[in-house]
Design a protein around this ligand. Structure first.
Ligand SMILES: *Cc1c(COP(=O)(O)O)cnc(C)c1O
Length: 405
């Protein structure tokens, strides 16, 4: 008789965003007359830019022509895209990355969830707290996290790096030595960034202790300040200790189109000299049949001059919303961070409300939906995330309503 995976069953409750959806549905049913403004889920709202739509159309036409039709894509990605990524995303910033180290995929969520498969079953992970839930949950599914403590919200075999107001939401080096360190900057959910000096400390630490850093740079395109690294490969020594994950979702609106990539440098070897790049290539070849040709052409178009201009206009639009939220909440007396190099605003709940109390309060009084900070980890308790992905009009209205609460 079959058994269901025991590790999967350790995961507590339902996924954060399904709980939110249920609460909002119940509220809408009870108050059908209220206009709800959603500033909760991290999904883009602007349609794909014209230059990307054109690339998609052209690629579709090629697929309908016998002379240009394509079957299976190369499972590591087409050269035209991998070469473009190397030139435009890395070389232009002085980072040493080669095309055979770039693995094209259907997005950063799956890559950040799957990458743990190439590590030993007993390797210990370190994560920021609060954290994008995928990192911990996928390691739980692989039996790496020990047991869940309902009271503390912590896993017994995970090393946590709290990101709080005290450290400016930038993690300190882990107290115990982990094998795998997950970092995400600019950060979801806090919107915080890490300076190059701070990131260099993590790279030096990882090299010294033979740990690996998995660096999620999904929000790289939102960086507006100078001293904020766009890639971990801007740090010296990162090629021997870091994997970087990127996505086209938030910078170019590909959340429904699906495209991302992961860089695994050839210099990254385990203690026995085993190449992680080769293991990840083996994994891709076995479990993945490549991102669609038409989508990879669309990804290439993002890097074109016009593609960069058009997608940057979208980012500027979202970041104007972020500024509106940030300024509005500050003038209403809230304590807020983020929103400068990331489309997320992280606010302290007023009057010592818990994150979920504030969620209900905001839904009830302002009909605005956000995300409770505690859903991202225990250190998120007492915080709340708003996103800049709404329309400008809705964002302005939401802030007006919040000011009146
Ligand atoms: C949105 C998000 C992703 C997911 O990106 P996809 O490419 O759409 O899968 C990855 N990491 C973080 C931190 C995100 O917020």
């Amino acid at each position: 008789m079959f058994t269901a995976n025991k590790d999967y069953q350790k995961l507590p409750g339902s996924y954060l965003f399904s709980t939110i959806a249920k609460k909002v549905a119940a509220y809408t049913e009870a108050h059908p007359e209220e206009k709800i403004i959603r500033l909760g889920i991290g999904d883009v709202t602007k349609p794909l830019a014209p230059s990307i739509i054109k690339a998609l159309h052209d690629a579709v036409d090629e697929m309908g022509d016998a002379s240009t039709f394509r079957g299976y894509a190369p499972d590591l990605g087409y050269d035209f895209l991998r070469n473009t990524i190397v030139e435009k995303a890395f070389k232009s910033r002085g980072c040493e990355v080669y095309a055979d180290e770039v693995f094209v995929s259907d997005g950063a969520k799956s890559d950040s969830g799957n990458i743990q498969e190439i590590f030993g079953a007993n390797d210990r992970i370190a994560v920021c707290d609060p954290v994008y839930p995928v990192y911990v949950d996928t390691n739980v599914m692989s039996g790496r996290c020990g047991d869940y403590d309902e009271k503390t919200g912590l896993w017994s075999n995970v090393i946590y790096m709290p990101c709080t107001a005290e450290n400016g939401f930038s993690p300190e080096l882990p107290g115990e030595v982990p094998d795998i360190i997950y970092l995400c900057f600019p950060n979801n959910p806090t919107g915080a960034t890490i300076t190059k000096t701070e990131l260099q400390k993590f790279v030096d630490y990882a090299n010294e202790h033979k740990s690996v850093i998995i660096y999620d740079a999904a929000y790289e395109a939102y960086i507006s300040e100078e001293d904020v690294p766009h890639s971990i490969y801007e740090c010296e020594g990162a090629r021997t200790c870091a994997i970087e994950i990127r996505s086209f979702s938030k910078n170019a609106g590909f959340t429904g189109t699906r495209l991302g990539y992961t860089v695994v440098p050839k210099d990254l070897k385990d203690q026995d000299g085993v190449s992680l790049r080769n293991l990840w290539a083996r994994r891709h070849g076995t479990k993945f049949n490549g991102a669609p040709y038409i989508i990879q052409r669309a990804g290439e178009a993002v890097f074109s001059e016009i593609g960069q201009k058009e997608t940057m206009e979208q980012i500027v639009y979202y970041m104007n919303n972020a500024k509106c939220i940030l300024d509005g909440l500050k003038s209403a007396g809230y304590s807020v961070t983020g929103g400068v190099n990331a489309p997320y605003i992280w606010l302290k709940t007023p009057d010592n409300m818990t994150s979920w109390e504030f969620f209900d309060f905001l839904l009830d009084k302002a009909h605005v939906v956000g995300t409770p900070g505690s859903g991202f980890g225990p250190s998120g308790e007492g915080y709340f995330r708003l996103t800049a992905f709404g329309s400008y009009e809705n964002t302005v209205e939401a802030i007006e309503r919040i000011k009146k609460m």
